[in-house]
Ligand binder design. Structure first.
Ligand SMILES: Cc1cc2nc3c(=O)[nH]c(=O)nc-3n(C[C@H](O)[C@H](O)[C@H](O)COP(=O)(O)OP(=O)(O)OC[C@H]3O[C@@H](n4cnc5c(N)ncnc54)[C@H](O)[C@@H]3O)c2cc1C
Length: 277
């Protein structure tokens, strides 16, 4: 498939990117692994691609004030398996295959807002924050306000997502599980569980995020509420509430009901794994 004609500019600074993005229908290009497929399918037709990969300061992982700061251009491959990053490293390792992970970026995944993507669910469950810069200045957007609808985020077309911040979950247990028909496929359903246990073994705090269970990533709030302050023996019954309030679309792989079943099963497994860590 051939994409429609477009212009291309590779910028050296963030200011150059912001000025190029003033062009009508301009789009940021990062790893290109979501945008280019959409263009080839003619579901997106930007007039100009603004390639930000040479902009300095947008890559890498740093720990600061109990948080991880991750540059938007940090690739999935740079995050995969990083045990310090807890659920972020675990989910990144399960994104597609190594070729995709070598190109795709965390900023691209979050700005794109595909509810079947893995890192948006982790950001939501982790209650992370992104930094977004536009010609009007810089703003912080909490994960709960970032994902607005299917492929729709609160990052405007003339803005650049520059940084992702997630809490340091040392002392917590975490798990990211996804179910797909073939290895390395997109998730039919995915679950991120993050658990903090007290000295007596009770669950002090818990976060559960769901992938591909609606038009945005979702929190399994009923499960979280049922587990806080309880022992790990409450996991199985709490996980039964994981699909409450979800509205997953049916597709070639699964009916909505089957996805809801998967959400309950994966939530139980992810919580058990996180609580045992
Ligand atoms: C075969 C295949 C399988 C895949 N499987 C999975 C999977 O299992 N799980 C998963 O999570 N993902 C999967 N992906 C998607 C992959 O992770 C993408 O790389 C990622 O979602 C988008 O990142 P990118 O850097 O490639 O963004 P791009 O494709 O460059 O951009 C995507 C969108 O975000 C915008 N954008 C990008 N960066 C920024 C920024 N810094 N600021 C503002 N806007 C920005 C672009 O303008 C565009 O609209 C798959 C992709 C492919 C091709």
């Amino acid at each position: 498939m051939i994409p429609p004609e477009f212009d291309y500019v590779a910028v050296d600074t963030l200011d150059e990117a912001l000025s190029a993005l003033r062009e009508e229908d301009a789009k940021v290009l990062a790893g290109g692994h979501s945008l280019l497929p959409l263009m080839k399918l003619r579901l997106a037709a930007p007039s100009v691609l603004v390639d930000i990969r040479k902009v300095p300061g947008l890559r890498g992982v740093q720990r600061e004030n109990g948080q991880w700061r991750i540059g938007a251009l940090t690739r999935h491959a740079d995050l995969q398996g990083n045990a310090d990053l807890g659920p972020v490293g675990k989910a990144a390792a399960l994104i597609a295959d190594q070729q995709v992970r070598n190109r795709g970026t965390i900023g691209g995944s979050l700005a794109h807002g595909d509810p079947a993507s893995d890192l948006p669910t982790v950001l939501l469950a982790a209650e992370g924050v992104v930094t977004v810069t536009g010609s009007g200045g810089t703003r912080e957007v909490a994960a709960a306000d970032l994902f607005q609808d299917y492929l729709t985020t609160s990052v405007d077309d003339d803005e650049v997502l520059t940084e992702v911040r997630v809490p340091d979950f040392r002392g917590w247990g975490s798990s990211y599980l996804k179910f797909s028909r073939r290895a390395e496929d997109w998730a039919m359903v995915g679950v991120c569980a993050i658990v903090k246990k007290g000295a007596d073994g009770t669950i002090e705090d818990v976060r559960v995020g769901l992938t591909n269970m609606g038009s945005t990533p979702l929190r399994a709030s009923a499960t979280e509420a049922a587990l806080r302050g309880q022992g790990v023996d409450a996991i199985a019954s709490a996980a039964e509430q994981a699909a409450e309030g979800t509205d997953p679309p049916g597709d070639l792989n699964a009916t909505p009901e089957y996805k809801q079943h998967l959400a309950r099963v994966l939530t139980r497994r992810a919580l058990e794994e996180a609580a045992a860590a």
